[in-house]
Design a protein around this ligand. Structure first.
Ligand code: HEC
Ligand SMILES: [Cu+2]
Length: 312
């Protein structure tokens, strides 16, 4: 019946997945048995004791043994199911002490992850395989929910409070996580990639943010960053104004600032605009851009600059 489980549930990516699926399938089969156990006799009785003119109705309407049985047995069953679930829940809710800790900050509409060494990443998190990892989560705006289907973990992420979730990934590869609590217009875009790496790949990723950037020419890498790091929610590249200025044709031009002065848009200005966006604010725009200090690796910043240069 493995095919049925695989058809009904996502792939199993953690130790929890096996245990939770076992409980799930147990309850599923119990429901199947009870469904037929009730519906088949019920249909039979409905037919057997249907109205027939002249049939004598039996006078017995009460059977104590039967009534005690059908009350006590389901009660025992429910109590059993409760403890079965409780044992799993206790394990699920208390992380082992040796678990690596990753801080998660949810924000409309992105996920920021911070590792023990201070490395940060946006909408992408890497964890080493077969090591327990604990996510300590909070939100800076509204209620979100961190959900990684393959790991069978799901937990609300709440402003002004920390919640946590943990799991031990058992299968390497790319998994998805989504926000599972409706949080506004960009909710359905609020996804992060969860990469389960071998220890060697994980170490490599921590050093450079991965080797992915080497596969692309810088301007293409920059375009990927524009999408991935959320720049595209405020910056268009086709010349139209969004929450922030369009990037089309800005490189090399004199930009008018809100303090009346002008500045040449060169590499240093672009770099400063990403790391200290409020240092120079473009005329006609609000200073709402968040700082990307610590969120952009050197290769990502280089890519973005190359990308902006290419938009002429
Ligand atoms: C929440 C919206 C928002 C996001 C997200 C955002 N920006 Fe901005 N950005 C702005 C606004 C508004 C301005 C203009 C005001 C200012 O200069 O601070 C701006 C200005 C800039 C400028 C200067 C543009 C010019 O015409 O002089 C650059 C460069 C820039 N952003 C790069 C980025 C990059 C790179 C990212 C993604 C890593 C990004 N921004 C993400 C809102 C945003
Ligand atoms: Cu959300």
């Amino acid at each position: 019946m493995e095919w049925l489980r695989a058809w009904m549930l996502p792939p199993q990516g953690s130790e929890f997945a096996k245990e939770i699926d076992f409980v799930y399938m147990g309850i599923f089969w119990l429901s199947v048995v009870l469904f037929f156990g009730i519906v088949i006799p019920m249909s039979y009785f409905a037919w057997r004791y249907r109205f027939v003119p002249g049939r004598v109705t039996p006078h017995q309407t009460h059977n104590t043994t039967l009534e005690v049985l059908w009350s006590v047995l389901p009660l025992l069953l429910c109590v059993g199911l409760f403890f079965w679930g409780l044992v799993g829940y206790l394990k699920y809710i208390v992380a082992p002490g040796e678990a690596m800790e990753i801080q998660v900050t949810a924000q409309k509409w992105q996920w920021a992850f911070e590792y023990p060494d201070g490395t940060r990443s946006l909408n992408e998190v890497h964890v080493p395989v077969n090591k327990p990892v604990r996510f300590v989560m909070t939100s800076v705006d509204v209620l979100h929910d961190f959900y990684v289907p393959d790991m069978r973990v799901k937990m609300d992420v709440i402003p002004n409070r920390y919640t946590q979730i943990w799991f031990t990934p058992t299968v390497t590869g790319e998994k998805v996580s989504t926000c599972a609590e409706y949080c506004g217009k960009g909710h359905s875009d609020m996804r992060a990639k969860v990469f389960v790496d071998t220890q060697a790949d994980y170490d490599k990723w921590m050093a450079t943010g991965g080797t992915e950037y080497t596969q692309y020419p810088p301007e293409e890498w920059g375009k990927i960053q524009w999408e991935r790091k959320g720049c595209q929610t405020c910056h268009n590249i086709d010349g139209t104004r969004s929450k922030g200025p369009s990037w089309k044709g800005i490189f090399g031009k004199m930009e008018k600032l809100n303090n009346g002065s002008t500045v040449l848009v060169d590499e240093n200005y672009l770099r400063e605009s990403m790391l200290q966006p409020n240092a120079k604010v473009v005329d006609g725009f609000e200073a709402i851009m968040p700082t990307f200090q610590g969120l952009l690796r050197q290769n990502e910043m280089d890519g973005l600059i190359a990308f902006i240069k290419s938009l002429q």
